[in-house]
Design a protein around this ligand. Structure first.
Ligand code: RIB
Length: 310
């Protein structure tokens, strides 16, 4: 097959990352080890993941007219991402994320900046790009009305959509109905289904409620427990690969990028989820949301060497 054609519609941030041994408690000051400023944003991260995996990727989104915007734009060009859909918003700052990396985990505060000014009207300008896509990828760091417009355009042109519902927020049944693949983590699943997830029964009830609302497939990432999905009338578990964790920032984005590429290549769902899990596993072995994204040959080699995760 030719290179799959993926269109990502989403956020572009500059990540301001501090590394510290432990998270500070509320009201506490701790001395950290390192500070770095690197490109991030769920949309941009997913675009970079898919591009490194060999897809032809366009990113539609917004940056501010500041120096951060300039460097975010150059980074996308370096990552071979098509930016004809990139809008520069006058008199707005680019989005930033303040990230703390500690204890094999992270915490993130996002200030959306220009991402919040990415309107449905801007998106409509790129309808032709969307119509030609093999897969559209969405997350929730841009205005919800722009996400809704993207789903409408995808439906009009019959392009499948992966919606990664992060950061968590409630979504209407009308919106969910237009989603082909929904990829929540457990927190997002609980919120979307209004279910307290105390056990596996709650978990499957929560997924079922989303399927009942019209989502075609729900693939839930459950950290070290792996990825759960319902395929051909039965529950499937893709176990997570055990790797040395350096930085979990962007792990979900890596998973989604891998899933998009594999599904756009028409791989069966279980193979696509295995591939995505390997991409997510490799991403956490390196520092940074985007710098850790593996290439297609990294993933092939990793899968050839590993038979855990089965
Ligand atoms: O998913 C990780 C991303 O979330 C970071 O890169 C940060 O920018 C926030 O958008």
């Amino acid at each position: 097959m030719n290179k799959p054609n993926i269109v990502v519609i989403g956020s572009i941030n500059m990540d301001l990352v501090t590394e510290t041994e432990r998270f500070p408690a509320r009201g506490e000051t701790v001395i950290g080890q390192k500070f770095r400023q690197v490109p991030g944003g769920k949309g941009a991260n997913q675009a970079v993941a898919a591009s490194r995996l060999g897809a032809s990727v366009s990113l539609i989104g917004a940056i501010g007219d500041d120096s951060l915007g300039e460097s975010l734009k150059s980074n996308l060009i370096n990552e071979k991402i098509d930016i004809q859909g990139l809008h520069t918003i006058p008199n707005q700052a680019s989005g930033i994320a303040q990230i703390t990396v500690a204890e094999e985990d992270n915490s993130i505060i996002v200030i959306p900046g220009a991402n919040a000014w990415f309107t449905p009207e801007m998106l409509v300008e790129h309808e032709e790009l969307l119509a030609k896509a093999d897969m559209i990828m969405l997350q929730l760091e841009i205005p919800l009305e722009t996400v809704e417009k993207a789903l409408d355009l995808a439906a009009r042109h019959q392009v499948p959509v992966i919606l990664n519902p992060a950061p968590a927020q409630e979504l209407s049944a009308e919106l969910l109905h237009k989603v082909t693949y929904l990829t929540p983590n457990e927190t997002e699943l609980a919120l979307l289904s209004s279910t307290l997830l105390k056990n596996d029964y709650d978990f499957s009830t929560a997924v079922q409620s989303l399927l009942d609302q019209g989502v075609k497939q729900v693939i839930t990432t459950r950290g070290s427990r792996g990825a759960f999905f319902y395929d051909k009338n039965r529950w499937e578990l893709q176990r997570s690969f055990s790797v040395g964790v350096v930085d979990t920032t962007g792990a979900g984005d890596a998973f989604n990028g891998g899933l998009a590429v594999a599904l756009a290549k028409r791989q069966p769902l279980h193979e696509a989820v295995r591939f995505a899990s390997a991409v997510g596993a490799l991403a956490v072995t390196k520092w940074g949301a985007q710098s850790g994204m593996p290439t297609e040959s990294d993933v092939d080699q990793f899968l050839a060497e590993r038979d855990d995760g089965r």
